[in-house]
Write a protein that binds this ligand. Sequence first.
Ligand code: B12
Ligand code: SF4
Length: 491
Amino acid sequence: MKVALIGPKWNELVNAYPSLGLGYLAAVAEQDGHEVAIFDFGLDPDRPLEDEVQDVIDFKPDLVAFTSMTTSYASVEQSAAMLKEALGVPILIGGPHATSLPNETLKNPNIDYLIFGEGEETFVEFLRALENKNDKWEGFWGLWYKDEEGRVYNNPQRALIKDLDALPYPARHLFRLDEYPLYAPTGEQMLTVLSSRGCPYNCSFCFKGIVGRTYRQRSPQNIADELEHLMHTYGVRNFYFIDDLFTIDVRRLDKILDHFIERNMDIRWQCLARVDRVNPDLLAKMYRAGCREIHYGIESGNPEVLKRTAKHINLDRVRDAVTWTEEVGIRAKGYFILGLPGDNEETIEETIEFAASLPLTEAMFSIATPFPGTQLWNELLRRHPDLVYNADFTKSYYYNSYKSSIAPFMNVSDVPDDVLARKAIEARQRFIEAKKRRIYRESFGPAMGDLLWNVAQFTPVRKVGSALAHAGLFKKFQRTKGELFGSLSWT
Ligand code: B12
Ligand code: SF4
């Protein structure tokens, strides 16, 4: 069968990395003998949807299959209507949005089938069944479908995949890999990798419906083999582990690091981690194995608000983890959420101050958005029982450019919308200022650092200082100037 897998558009934002979900689905379908093409409409936000759709029509697929997050679902609806009219073939959907709102999704007349949760096994069986003209879908685990009157039927949910090593590597050859704007700080290309699935925690803002709470992991050998394969195939040596929890199983991680070190893999990588799942020894070894950046979910600087996220971390541990990370030479990036339940102007101020006080290389401030299927969504429903899902979630993107105006979407805090939007922009500016000031203090000592910082607030003075620093006149300053100009210690 000819299968078109589609990643939808995401407003005016670029899909910065290929969907590994689509990559895994394509890989298992190819392994089963199907001809697969991946169309990532989100790679070029400015390209008209009509042109994207025409590419799919020209491919002449027997099946069109969409992935979708809630933020990009409105674009799926548009594309599905165009493709149904032009091709008349079955249309299937899977991914976080379909799994969080399956009934609502299947109400769309152009969407015929829905695969719930983790997709590989159901997808392969579905393709086989479709090819064999089987249309008895009752008892087909993981599949939702409709009858001719449009009534929706659901089958039992399929169990999570146990042996992740048994999956083929994602079919990266089907993406236009060179065009994704994902780079290491050195400007070199970076690829994403998934070494585990699932997370046992249940934070209030996080959607857990796909990979679930059971932590499943690939073997260290299998992960190191994939990286070597990527190095040889694409000439890439920078990697981003997008696992929810890369560091949760310290024994497994230790073995992964051994592979990287013993195989002499000249790689650089970054990962996501919880602050309570790192320690100084582990971080030092991670550095030796090529780790150069860790992203921590810190969420709030107010203990009560943080507690309500059910993240189960505390501010002391945050400070320790970030400090240890920076001390071993790994860049630390912090993710913060403004406008959580319990947030008021004071607690938001605490979050901004806390972020500014940490030795982070980077900080990202998002505005809380209650996605369907999360605890935040349930909290919103409790407050507004009549609330219905509204495809306007498209507008909820908060990877704000900080230039365009941002508006909170379904605000769950006690802070007015306009204040929240203003604070999100202000938070980033204040973080950057605080970081620069910290570097002055570290380079010249507290008193001299403060003095120079104050003087440097005058633009002409700052320009001269910058030029002198570049010329190597301030030896101590030279040591850290990379950080001021954004290129710290990746090599
Ligand atoms: C990497 C990532 C991103 C990347 C996207 C890369 C990409 N192109 O996919 C970036 C950074 C751009 C991103 C952005 C956002 N993300 Co994000 N992201 C992730 C993350 C961490 C990993 C995704 C992944 O690769 N998972 C592993 C693969 C194997 O799983 P999968 O993609 O879900 O695919 C499997 C199944 O869903 C299913 N499936 C998926 N598609 C299809 C299609 C068919 C036809 C079938 C049969 C099956 C199927 O089968 C796949 C294989 O098992 C997940 C968290 C997570 N644990 O998944 C969040 C997650 C997907 N993101 C989320 C959110 C909220 C966002 C943002 C809204 C955040 C924001 N700040 O704006 C944006 C929206 C982007 C958009 N395009 O609309 C939520 C989604 C919630 C929702 N209801 O939509 C998640 C689940 C995080 C969470 N736990 O809450 N994200
Ligand atoms: S935010 Fe992170 S730790 Fe919390 S449930 Fe989601 S993946 Fe797990």
